[in-house]
Design a protein around this ligand. Structure first.
Ligand SMILES: Cc1cc2nc3c(=O)[nH]c(=O)nc-3n(C[C@H](O)[C@H](O)[C@H](O)COP(=O)(O)OP(=O)(O)OC[C@H]3O[C@@H](n4cnc5c(N)ncnc54)[C@H](O)[C@@H]3O)c2cc1C
Length: 397
């Protein structure tokens, strides 16, 4: 099997298939694993934790958990004066994975752990530019540097701008969700933590909303159960995980049509200090002093801009030797924190379907059809829920 993309979905799938004794190779366009920043916090609950447990070797799953934070399993919504508008148990409990509640991972750490055990199976600097169907029913992938690779099944796990989706389903559209974010971190040392308001640490994620059509703030603490570098050193044999300290992931977002929002082409060129100034303008007058206090601790160098996209519904298609998982087929806005959860679920579902097919001696394409039918159903529901919640809370289109 060939997987295109070594993101969370593609790596989970690679482990899942290996566990089932299925040969797999991953092709990633980045030149090496550290070629670009991987973002900050990622929250996994259900179905992500079950998918991760299903796919990863047990020791790696335990390593993921031991390095993750376990903040209170609540999601809070406050107005800009910080009155509580909603305070709910995080929607999806993780009983199925035998893990008590959601976990806040440091995304680069999670990815580093998920790359363990795949030595020689992840090929870097390999940007897929095309594929073709061979006479024997196999698929040959073509990469920008002239490499090719042939397999029974090609899986596009290549994210929101998926090249595989563009070739397989040229009519599938990804829409601008009408939200722009400035995303960064508030590093936590002992003294900073004591200066931050306690409500930041009472929920796994807090949204402070300025109201319809107005900017919002999102906050998610990442306080490690065990420092990744220590957890890695304690293994036999030890593994090298990059050192990282506790932090609060902190984003300021606003609708694309907000009067103080530059076009995205301009936003993406702004230096971190200019992004900070802009976000501070969005959250100026009328916002509680705690918000200003929090943003004073924002690490300017950590800031980068994001445009949020969401997948439009895709009409049914016939299964074949090319399929898609994760953002490549169901990109969604991050308001429900379900994109990676669903990508990892896809990995578990596709692994199970392929293992069953192998066990029964069925052609792979039947397994692909079963996986796609299930995925279309659960993913379309969660994309629609994310859109609706985004419209209610943060002015998504
Ligand atoms: C601010 C923010 C916060 C979020 N927080 C959460 C959260 O808390 N919980 C959650 O569940 N989800 C969250 N998400 C969503 C989550 O980040 C995505 O859903 C998830 O990363 C999708 O994983 P993926 O493997 O499908 O794609 P990706 O992680 O995007 O990986 C795709 C990979 O494919 C590679 N690639 C792309 N094109 C090619 C090509 N042509 N050839 C070869 N390789 C290619 C890329 O380099 C990349 O490595 C958040 C999103 C945002 C923007």
């Amino acid at each position: 099997m060939i997987i295109i993309g070594a993101g969370l979905g593609g790596l989970a799938l690679a482990h899942g298939l290996r566990k089932q004794g299925i040969d797999v190779a991953v092709y990633e366009r980045d030149a090496h694993p550290g070629a670009r920043p991987q973002g900050y916090r990622i929250q996994l609950d259900e179905p992500g934790l079950t998918g991760l447990r299903e796919c990863l070797p047990a020791a790696l799953f335990e390593l993921c958990l031991s390095t993750a934070g376990a903040p209170p399993a609540r999601v809070s919504v406050r107005n800009r004066r910080l009155d509580v508008l909603a305070d709910k148990a995080a929607a999806h409990s993780s009983a199925a994975a035998d893990v008590s509640g959601p976990r806040a991972f440091n995304r680069p750490t999670l990815r580093q752990i998920m790359l363990l055990g795949l030595d020689g199976q992840v090929h870097y600097g390999a940007r897929l530019v095309g594929y073709g169907h061979d006479a024997d029913g196999r698929v040959t992938a073509r990469f920008a540097d002239g490499r090719t690779a042939t397999a029974d099944l090609l899986i596009g796990a290549d994210g929101v701008n998926s090249a595989v989706r563009g070739l397989l389903l040229p009519g599938a559209r990804v829409e601008d969700a009408g939200l722009r974010l400035v995303y960064g971190r508030i590093p936590l040392d002992g003294s900073t933590r004591a200066q931050l308001p306690s409500w930041v640490f009472e929920s796994i994620f807090t949204v402070v909303t300025g109201g319809p059509g107005q900017p919002h703030l999102g906050l998610g603490p990442v306080e490690f159960g065990r420092r990744p570098e220590e957890a890695g050193r304690a293994l036999t044999p030890p593994v090298d995980l990059s050192p990282v300290g506790d932090y609060v992931a902190c984003l300021v977002g606003a609708p694309a049509d907000h009067p103080a929002m530059p076009p995205f082409a301009e936003l993406r060129t702004l230096a971190p200090a200019a992004l900070r100034d802009l976000a501070l303008r969005w959250t100026g007058e009328g916002w509680h002093e705690d918000v200003h206090g929090l943003l004073a601790h924002w690490d300017t160098d950590s800031l980068f801009p994001l445009r949020i996209s969401t997948a439009a519904p895709v009409p049914h298609w016939q299964p074949g030797p090319v399929t898609l998982i994760g953002d490549a087929i169901h990109a969604m806005s991050p308001v429900l924190a379900m994109g990676a959860n669903t990508a990892v679920r896809d990995a578990g579902e596709l692994t199970r379907a392929l293992a069953e097919a192998a066990g029964r001696g069925e052609p792979f394409v039947r397994a692909v059809g079963r996986y796609e039918n299930r995925m279309r159903e659960y993913a379309s529901r969660i994309v629609a829920d994310s859109r609706q919640t985004g419209q209610q809370r943060v002015g998504q289109r």
